[in-house]
Design a protein around this ligand. Sequence first.
Ligand SMILES: NC(=O)c1ccc[n+]([C@@H]2O[C@H](COP(=O)([O-])OP(=O)(O)OC[C@H]3O[C@@H](n4cnc5c(N)ncnc54)[C@H](O)[C@@H]3O)[C@@H](O)[C@H]2O)c1
Ligand SMILES: O=P(O)(O)OC[C@@H](O)CO
Ligand SMILES: [Zn+2]
Length: 352
Amino acid sequence: MFEKRTWIRLPRNVVVGHGVLGQTIEAVSELHLTGRPLVVSSPTPHEVAGERVVAQFEDAGYDPSEIVIEEASFDAVQRVIDHASEIDAGFLLGVGGGKAIDITKMAADDLDLGFVSVPTAASHDGIVSGRGSVPEGDTRHSVAAEPPLAVIADTEVLAEAPWRLTTAGCADIISNYTAVRDWQLAHRLKNVHYSEYAGALSQMTAEMLVESADSIKRGLEESSWIVVKALVSSGVAMSIADSSRPASGAEHLFSHQLDRLVPNGALHGHQVGVGSIMTEYLHSGQKGKWKDARDALAAIGAPTTADELGIDDETVIEALTTAHQIRDRYTVLGDGMSEEAAIEAATVTGVI
Ligand SMILES: NC(=O)c1ccc[n+]([C@@H]2O[C@H](COP(=O)([O-])OP(=O)(O)OC[C@H]3O[C@@H](n4cnc5c(N)ncnc54)[C@H](O)[C@@H]3O)[C@@H](O)[C@H]2O)c1
Ligand SMILES: O=P(O)(O)OC[C@@H](O)CO
Ligand SMILES: [Zn+2]
């Protein structure tokens, strides 16, 4: 008997464009969501877009509530769940960067409520994915979460956000190259399930972004359009895989370890970008494609060195040598790098 089955959960409406934040009510009505909306954001996104979303619901006769979270943690998820239960929320909207959106999708999953993703920065590819990423102690969890029913990505809002957030989103996409290489390696060595469709989509997304590098420029709203499309596409790859594997390999383990060592250090996308220069070197050697990764990052103005990340050399080496411990995910790091090998990789690639 044929046993294979798959269940791919994707958004129904992806609304991207100039001023689409003003169409929140239409986008939500289309989904037949009922009851009280709960708008979840973090401090700056609350000011940039959250207040406007709440005002639209008030004007349309809904009875919205809002909660502002400060960090991506299981405590924050619980706070949102408690608040949603208290007000008897009918559906949730996550307004912000990767952290606010992750918290909202995890709370929505627990509450079994619909969720709408409203990114205020093109900084990460969790806009669409059905995954949530949360640190806890020495580990980093990638948990199944509620994928959004709709995405409302206003390119005017995204273009007005600090430029470094957009370059971080680009770097999160460029890191897909090494993520897929790690996934293929894990498939070959550990028989980890590999999806050709998800792998190909993830790689193609990175290729298209790199080919568009000339059009990704500060002050150009079209840049946000190009980057957000790539972020959506990368999230779809994760949904097809039902895992963050297509977009998260050793370069992400390195970044997650940096988050532990230097809380509030550099942006997620910038860290994974620098990580991918080094893990590409580990995959393909000195004459390999690590220079392509570095040049692609440099072309869009993302950091390529520890210095540009604002992280000292010793911390980079500590993160590299301990990254394999943070999650049970086989990558090119294997069972860990020696300090000498880590120094060699970081030095040859010019990261330190
Ligand atoms: N679930 C997934 O599939 C997935 C994918 C990628 C990243 N992530 C997670 O997302 C997080 C990284 O996302 P991030 O870099 O957006 O972090 P973040 O949510 O902390 O946002 C970064 C900063 O940008 C600010 N910001 C957001 N919009 C702004 C705007 N319009 N104007 C001014 N400031 C604005 C935020 O206030 C914050 O200070 C990490 O926790 C990462 O693990 C998850
Ligand atoms: O599962 P993680 O490693 O958090 O990865 C998710 C996301 O950051 C991929 O770009
Ligand atoms: Zn990422």
